[in-house]
Design a binder for this molecule. Structure first.
Ligand code: C2E
Ligand code: MG
Ligand code: MG
Length: 572
C-alpha cells in the first residue's frame, strides 16, 4: 500500500457517504482519497475505463443501490474489479447479508454508524493486506500447478499430465466409440545438436519444435513433451486413420524447414510412430509403448518418416533390448569382425581398395549385418567404442596385407554421425594411424550427407583437420540425403559414392539414367571422383563405366569377404 490509500466508495446515500469521509479523516496520520459512485451503472462505467483495477486500493460497497441489491451487487462488483479487495458497507438491519457477503469473497464488512475512525481504518488496511496475501497464495498455487503439470522448458504438458489426459481420453473415446491416435515423435540426431552447438541451442530447438508441433494440430488435441527429444501428440475424434497420417505428414514437413540459431542454419528430421485406439491399444501404457515401438520402426526405415504400429513391432522392440545388452558384451570381448569389399578402378581395371564392413557373429552361429545393429549402436552411444574398434582393426589389417607383400591398396571405413561429432574424433583417428603405422593417404573415411550437414560449420572444421592429415574423404550413399548441394563446394571432399538405389534403378528407364548422368557430370565439374556402389549386373557395370565413373563396387564384382580372401581378389 502506498502512502495514500485510494478508496472507491459505492454509496447512493449521500449522508452515509459524507459520514464515511468524515470518520476516516479523523485519523490524521493516514491519508485517503475517496471517490464516490452512487449506482451499479456508474461503477461499471468506471471499470470500463482503462486500468481501473490499479486506480483503487479498496472498494467500500453498499449492497443496496438504486439499480442493484444484495449479493448480486457484490458479484457484479467483483466481476468488474477482479483485483481489488471489497469491504461491504452495510446498515445495521442487513448485517446478516454482510456476513453472507464475506463468504462470497468480500474481505470484511463495516456496519454504518457502529465503528469509529480508528477501527474503520484498521479494517480497511487489514482487508487490503489480507487480499494481497491471498493473491500471492493463489499465484503460488498456480505456479505449483504449472510446475507439476507442465514441462518447464517448453511449457507443454509433461509426462504426468499426458498420462492423466490420455487415460481420460481413452475412457471418453470408449464411451463415444471414437477413433483416437497417440503419436510418438523423436527428433533424429538431437544429441548431435547438443554436443556440437551446446545445450542452449538444444533447449531453444526443443522449444521451437514444441511450437511447430502445436501449429500442426487442432486446439482440442494435446501436445506433450516427455523429456529429452521425445514428444507425444494425442489426436482425438478421428474419422479414419488417414487423419492421423495427414497430421504426421504436416509435422514432417514443418520440422524439415530449417531452424536458425546463432547464425547456424539447422536441419533436423524426426521419426514418428502412431498407435490407434481401439485397434492397437486400450490403455495408457500400451498406447505409449506401441507408439514408441512404431517410432523405432520409423527410425529403422531410414528416419524422417512415420509408421503405424503393428504386432511385429512389439517383437522388434524386445529384440532391440536384447541386442543392446548383447552388444555391450560383444564390444568388451571383441566379438565383432570385419569383412572387406573390393573397390575396382575403372581405368586401371585393378582392385584399388576395399571397404571395411562390420559383422557381428552371434553365439548361435548367425551373423548379423550392420542394418540390424548400427542404429541401436548410434542411439546408445555404443557406436563410439565400436567405431574405434573398426577403424583400428581396418588399419591393422591394411598393414598386415602390406607386410605380406600386397600392393598398398586403400582402406575405406564408414563413420557414423555420433562418432564424427565426438570432440576427440580427429585425435582418435590420428592416434590410430600413428599406432598402426598406416600411411594416412591410404585411409578413406566415408561419411553420409546427414553426418556433414547436421552442423555444417563444425563439420567443415573437422573435415579440414582430417584433410590436413592426408586422409581422403568420401560422401557415402550420395543422393539420398540433403537436396542442398552447396556443401560440396564448402567441404574438402574427394569422392562421391553414388547410392546403390540409383545404380540399381538404371535398368528401369531414361529418367533414372538422366539422374545418374547429372550426378556424374556435377562431380566431374567439381573435380570429385565418383564411385558407383551396389553394382549388381553387367549392364549396370557398363553404364557406369560409360558415364565416366572412376570406381565400381558391388556384388557383380565381389561380395564383402574375409581378410584372407583379399590377396586372391587382388591377383584376379
Ligand atoms: P555402405 O557403407 O553403403 O556399405 C555398402 C553396403 O552395401 C554394404 O552393406 C554392402 O554389403 C552392400 N552392398 C555392396 N554391394 C552391393 C550390391 O551389389 N547390392 C546390394 N544390394 N548391396 C551391396 P552392409 O555391409 O550390410 O552395410 C550396410 C551399411 O552399414 C553400410 O552401408 C554402412 O552405412 C553401415 N556400416 C557398415 N559397416 C560399418 C561400420 O563399421 N561403421 C559404421 N558406422 N557403419 C557401418
Ligand atoms: Mg560405406
Ligand atoms: Mg553406401
Amino acid at each position: 500500500m502506498g502512502a495514500e490509500t485510494n478508496i472507491l466508495l459505492v454509496e447512493n446515500n449521500l449522508g452515509d457517504a459524507r459520514l464515511f469521509r468524515d470518520v476516516i479523516r479523523e485519523i490524521s496520520e493516514v491519508r485517503f482519497t475517496v471517490q464516490n459512485v452512487t449506482c451499479l451503472q456508474e461503477l461499471m462505467t468506471l471499470s470500463d475505463e482503462s486500468n481501473s483495477d490499479a486506480d483503487f486500493d479498496i472498494i467500500v460497497l453498499d449492497l443496496d443501490l438504486p439499480d442493484s441489491a444484495g449479493l448480486s451487487t457484490l458479484l457484479s462488483c467483483k466481476n468488474a474489479f477482479h483485483e481489488v479487495p471489497i469491504i461491504v458497507f452495510s446498515g445495521h438491519d442487513d448485517e446478516s447479508i454482510a456476513v453472507e457477503a464475506v463468504k462470497f469473497g468480500a474481505q470484511d464488512y463495516l456496519v454504518k454508524g457502529f465503528v469509529d475512525g480508528r477501527a474503520m481504518v484498521r479494517t480497511i488496511h487489514h482487508a487490503i493486506e489480507r487480499h494481497a496475501l491471498w493473491q500471492q497464495l493463489e499465484q503460488a498455487e498456480q505456479r505449483e500447478h504449472f510446475l507439476a503439470t507442465r514441462d518447464p522448458l517448453t511449457g507443454l504438458l509433461n509426462r504426468y499430465s499426458l498420462s492423466e489426459i490420455l487415460k481420460n481420453q481413452i475412457k471418453h473415446s470408449a464411451r463415444r466409440q471414437e477413433l483416437m491416435a497417440t503419436i510418438f515423435l523423436d527428433i533424429d540426431r538431437f544429441k548431435s545438436v547438443n554436443d556440437s552447438l551446446g545445450y542452449l541451442v538444444g533447449d531453444a530447438l526443443l522449444v521451437d519444435v514444441g511450437r511447430r508441433l502445436q501449429n500442426c494440430v487442432r486446439i482440442t488435441d494435446t501436445v506433450a513433451h516427455l523429456g529429452g527429444d521425445e514428444f507425444v501428440l494425442i489426436l482425438t475424434d478421428l474419422q479414419t486413420q488417414d487423419d492421423a497420417a495427414r497430421v504426421c505428414e504436416k509435422v514432417l514437413s514443418e520440422l524439415a524447414k530449417p531452424f536458425f540459431y546463432q547464425a547456424h542454419e539447422l536441419y533436423i528430421g524426426c521419426s514418428i510412430g502412431i498407435a490407434l485406439y481401439p485397434d492397437d491399444a486400450a490403455d495408457y501404457e500400451s498406447m505409449i509403448k506401441h507408439a514408441g515401438a512404431a517410432m523405432h520402426s520409423a527410425k529403422d526405415a531410414g528416419r524422417q518418416c512415420y509408421k503405424f504400429y503393428c504386432q511385429e513391432m512389439a517383437d522388434t522392440a524386445r529384440q532391440r533390448l536384447t541386442i543392446e545388452n548383447d552388444m555391450r558384451r560383444a564390444i568388451e570381448t571383441g566379438a565383432f569382425k570385419l569383412v572387406y569389399q573390393p573397390i575396382y578402378n575403372v581405368a586401371t581395371q585393378t582392385l584399388e581398395g576395399v571397404e571395411a564392413l562390420v559383422r557381428w557373429p552371434r553365439e548361435d552361429g548367425t551373423v548379423l549385418n550392420p542394418y540390424a545393429f548400427i542404429d541401436i549402436a548410434e542411439e546408445t552411444g555404443l557406436i563410439v567404442p565400436l567405431g574405434e574398434y573398426v577403424l583400428r582393426e581396418a588399419c591393422e589389417q591394411a598393414m598386415r596385407w602390406s607386410d605380406s607383400g600386397l600392393p598398398p591398396i586403400s582402406m575405406s571405413v564408414n563413420v557414423s554421425a555420433r562418432q564424427f561429432e565426438e570432440e576427440n574424433f580427429v585425435e582418435m583417428v590420428s592416434t590410430i594411424l600413428d599406432e598402426t603405422g598406416l600411411n594416412s593417404k591410404r585411409l578413406i573415411l566415408e561419411l553420409t550427407e546427414h553426418v556433414v550437414m547436421a552442423d555444417a560449420e563444425v563439420a567443415a572444421v573437422t573435415l579440414n583437420e582430417l584433410k590436413a592429415m592426408g586422409i581422403r574423404l568420401a560422401i557415402d550413399d550420395f543422393g539420398t540425403g540433403y537436396s542442398s548441394l552447396s556443401y560440396l563446394n564448402r567441404f574438402p571432399i574427394d569422392t562421391l559414392k553414388i547410392d546403390q538405389t540409383f545404380v540399381q534403378k538404371l535398368e528401369h528407364g531414361e529418367k533414372d539414367l538422366a539422374l545418374v548422368e547429372a550426378i556424374v557430370a556435377l562431380a566431374q565439374r567439381l573435380g570429385l571422383e565418383i564411385t558407383a556402389e551396389g553394382v549388381e549386373t553387367e549392364h549396370q557395370c557398363n553404364i557406369m563405366k560409360n558415364l565416366g565413373c572412376d570406381r565400381l563396387q558391388g556384388f557383380h564384382l565381389n561380395c564383402p569377404m574375409d581378410a584372407d580372401q583379399i590377396p586372391d581378389a587382388c591377383a584376379a
